[in-house]
Design a protein around this ligand. Structure first.
Ligand SMILES: Nc1nc2c(ncn2[C@@H]2O[C@H](COP(=O)(O)OP(=O)(O)O)[C@@H](O)[C@H]2O)c(=O)[nH]1
Ligand SMILES: [Mg+2]
Length: 316
């Protein structure tokens, strides 16, 4: 119990025999349930977890997927179990000890006190982030964080790939858990969904932990394109759900204008460059038309961003 709330921690685990014990044993005693979701680990993770279950009894629950279904699916299984167990606040912490248990109170406090519906750790607030996080991870994370701001409408949220989170039971009851993305993009997907329901999301500063013997399974070259594509789909879904069906906002026209004008401007511009190279000269009206397409396209896009940011400014 933390204040008067029952707290759960979901721990996704895949081949974490070296760090799973440390993860579980360092979680504070006031956590009522730890729900480890193993996804067909090939190592001794499950053996280690079962040993700990003898000591920790009801506080430690193991869900075994048997085959690997992805980290997003593991979190969803953990969330469903947490609902069954009647927990009020459900956190997620990785099974490789990369999340500092000292930060757990910071993560849950805004949710427990009713100031936020979802809280996410942000590793970038500390000045140490650039030094501690491997550079290629930092840059990959920055690209996805920017795309997630656009897709989710939570412009104040950064470090979108951070999986250290807390969510309330009420939010879990409303979300369609089964349709959440099964892979590493689940954090991004969740943010887009939360925005459609106007839930308040808060970022809190956490300590970035690296080089403790963890081995990331993330392959950035594969993950960045697949999450970007997911975000594109979810972005259109959010515009439809939030600004057409549930409420109406003209920002959809601004987005639409920019999606028509910008590609037209780019294609026409490329054609003009081709003509310039082939024929050595181009007519001024063509250049002016292209400038109008590009300038209006960018203006529409930036206005759409601005309206979206303004609409969501209180959801923090
Ligand atoms: N259940 C489950 N857990 C996974 C899977 N992939 C990764 N994890 C766990 O999710 C956590 C974060 O994964 P990791 O690869 O370390 O990501 P990173 O720390 O963001 O680089 C770790 O505890 C992993 O064991 C999976 O497919 N299924
Ligand atoms: Mg890790």
């Amino acid at each position: 119990m933390y204040r008067d709330k029952r707290i759960g921690v979901v721990i996704p685990c895949f081949n974490e025999e070296r760090l799973i014990e440390r993860t579980i044993t360092t979680i504070p005693n006031w956590v009522d349930r730890m729900i480890v979701v193993d996804d067909g680990s090939h190592d001794k993770s499950v053996v280690k977890i079962k040993e700990l279950m003898n000591e920790l009894k009801d506080r430690l629950i193991l869900i075994e997927h048997g085959e690997n279904k992805g980290v997003g699916s593991a979190i969803v299984s953990g969330y469903k179990k947490a609902l069954e167990e009647g927990l009020d606040v459900v956190c997620v912490m990785a099974g490789d000890s990369q999340m500092d248990p000292e930060d757990l109170t910071h993560i849950i406090s805004p949710v427990v006190s009713g100031k936020a519906d979802y809280v996410k750790g942000n590793r970038l607030f500390t000045g140490e982030a650039w030094k501690r996080i491997p550079k290629y991870r930092y840059l990959g994370n920055s690209i996805l964080s920017l795309l997630t701001k656009i897709a989710s409408g939570y412009w104040h949220v950064a470090d979108s790939q951070s999986g250290y989170t807390a969510i309330t039971r009420d939010v879990l009851d409303i979300l369609d858990l089964d349709s959440i993305y099964s892979g590493y993009g689940y954090t991004n997907d969740l943010l887009v969904r939360l925005n459609v329901y106007n839930f308040r999301v808060k970022d809190v500063s956490i300590n970035p932990i690296y080089n403790i013997g963890e081995k990331s399974r993330i392959n950035l070259l594969r993950v960045i394109p697949s999450i970007s594509f997911l975000l594109l789909r979810r972005f259109f879904w959010r515009l439809k759900e939030k600004y057409v069906i549930r409420d109406f906002h003209p920002l959809v026209f601004f987005y639409l204008m920019s999606f028509l004008l910008l590609p037209a401007g780019v294609v026409f511009g490329a054609y003009l460059i081709y003509l310039r190279l082939r024929l050595g000269g181009i007519a001024l009206p063509g250049v002016i038309l292209d400038a109008v397409l590009l300038i209006s396209g960018f203006q529409s896009l930036f206005f759409a961003f601005w309206f979206d940011m303004d609409y969501n400014k209180d959801l923090k």
